[in-house]
Ligand binder design. Sequence first.
Ligand SMILES: *[C@@H]1O[C@H](CO)[C@@H](O)[C@H](O)[C@H]1NC(C)=O
Ligand SMILES: *[C@@H]1O[C@H](CO)[C@@H](O)[C@H](O)[C@H]1NC(C)=O
Ligand SMILES: *[C@@H]1O[C@H](CO)[C@@H](O)[C@H](O)[C@H]1NC(C)=O
Ligand SMILES: *[C@@H]1O[C@H](CO)[C@@H](O)[C@H](O)[C@H]1NC(C)=O
Ligand SMILES: *[C@@H]1O[C@H](CO)[C@@H](O)[C@H](O)[C@H]1NC(C)=O
Ligand SMILES: *[C@@H]1O[C@H](CO)[C@@H](O)[C@H](O)[C@H]1NC(C)=O
Ligand SMILES: *[C@@H]1O[C@H](CO)[C@@H](O)[C@H](O)[C@H]1NC(C)=O
Length: 381
Amino acid sequence: MGNYGSWRIDGDNKQISFFLTVLLINVTAMVWYSIVLSRDIDGSPIKSIEPQSAFLGKIHLNPINNIVYIKTHKTASTSLHCILCRYGYKNRLSFLFSRLNRDNGHLRKTALRPSRFLPPIGNTGNSSSFKYNILTGHVTYSRRRIGSFMESNPKYITILREPARQIESHMNFFRQRKRVMNGLRLFTENATKFENGGNAGSRNNQIVDLGLTLSETANETIINETILKLDKEFDLVLIAEYFDESLVLLKRILHWSFDDILYLVKNQRGHRENITDDFRPKIYKWSRADVLLYQYFYERLWTRIEQYGPGFEADLAFFRHRLREINNWCSTSQKVVVNKAYKSKQLEFTSKNNSTFCQHLAYSSNDWYKHIAIRQDRNAF
Ligand SMILES: *[C@@H]1O[C@H](CO)[C@@H](O)[C@H](O)[C@H]1NC(C)=O
Ligand SMILES: *[C@@H]1O[C@H](CO)[C@@H](O)[C@H](O)[C@H]1NC(C)=O
Ligand SMILES: *[C@@H]1O[C@H](CO)[C@@H](O)[C@H](O)[C@H]1NC(C)=O
Ligand SMILES: *[C@@H]1O[C@H](CO)[C@@H](O)[C@H](O)[C@H]1NC(C)=O
Ligand SMILES: *[C@@H]1O[C@H](CO)[C@@H](O)[C@H](O)[C@H]1NC(C)=O
Ligand SMILES: *[C@@H]1O[C@H](CO)[C@@H](O)[C@H](O)[C@H]1NC(C)=O
Ligand SMILES: *[C@@H]1O[C@H](CO)[C@@H](O)[C@H](O)[C@H]1NC(C)=O
């Protein structure tokens, strides 16, 4: 790669370097397609051959099955949640899900007590000795506590999103607009009032999901130390704006196959984003801890892509080719449904193709919870 832009709080050059990077990747991908894939494209659903670099070091040999995914709020993180559910279900792994939250199994902010968990597969005994392969979902990160419920040496991952977009999305989702706008106005008038971190839903909520308390978000020394600590503790921090790139990195870390990281691509047309030039800098001041967090791991992502080696672009191009192929085969449609519990809208997929593969790809997190819960606890529903 070499030629990536850094993400800056105030710079317009961000857009340009994003654009150049995307352009570079696309051009490489197009050249690569025309050379490598032209043989394959005759409309028939043959399984594509993975590119050379994917085989280097025989990486599928020991796939990682123990994973902790801390799902941050409104960071396009449901796709990743569903990828993990699909992989774990296919490989008969046990999920650490709440047995009380029957909507989707997320633990959220409830205290982590084994009596509240679904038992692992085949286990009806003493809940204090339960061990799990995968934790995926909303839960506040606390490494020691979470680690104590997991099978040995899990990989830790999470995902971040550009803070202004994340807050915009959060505001729509939870109908928090008024509250956030009000907090933002007070903050702009007198920031001292927020010296102890403040108390406004969306503020710095990515780093709070990762274990920082609200009052700690007011101390930049602590923020910076926490970011470095997270970098040591997490095996990968994905970036939502570069989801495919992040997944290619994840695939290598977990020794998975390309098919393991597939997902259904959202049609962006219905997507609304109206962050104004006025709103963005205000949010950056207001959610400074999240800005520092995002900035750090944005750069970290591109360093990792450089370290991946020259095969990265071919792997990414292959993955995107496979995504298109799968999205065609499964002929998915999407519709917006209203989630009454959260008074919010969410996207659901349906696939016209009845293969298990396509059906599983189209499952929502609620669908996954039902299937996983029934497997782990026959009396779940
Ligand atoms: C469950 O296991 C814990 C620790 O392994 C033990 O202290 C406790 O007595 C056990 N409870 C039952 C009901 O067997
Ligand atoms: C800002 O808020 C602080 C803490 O509440 C207060 O002491 C200070 O007088 C306020 N400053 C202004 C200019 O209102
Ligand atoms: C911020 O945290 C650091 C490290 O814990 C501490 O030394 C410092 O006094 C704190 N600063 C403020 C303003 O509280
Ligand atoms: C925290 O890190 C940022 C980015 O590296 C830096 O600009 C800032 O000065 C640091 N703040 C402190 C208090 O160390
Ligand atoms: C986005 O648009 C909505 C309605 O069109 C408006 O109420 C809201 O203030 C806008 N958001 C921002 C951040 O400007
Ligand atoms: C349905 O999906 C499978 C892959 O799971 C694929 O092999 C098959 O060709 C698809 N059927 C159609 C009609 O596209
Ligand atoms: C898929 O399954 C449904 C229900 O089992 C059935 O009605 C439908 O005809 C099937 N579609 C195809 C293309 O096989």
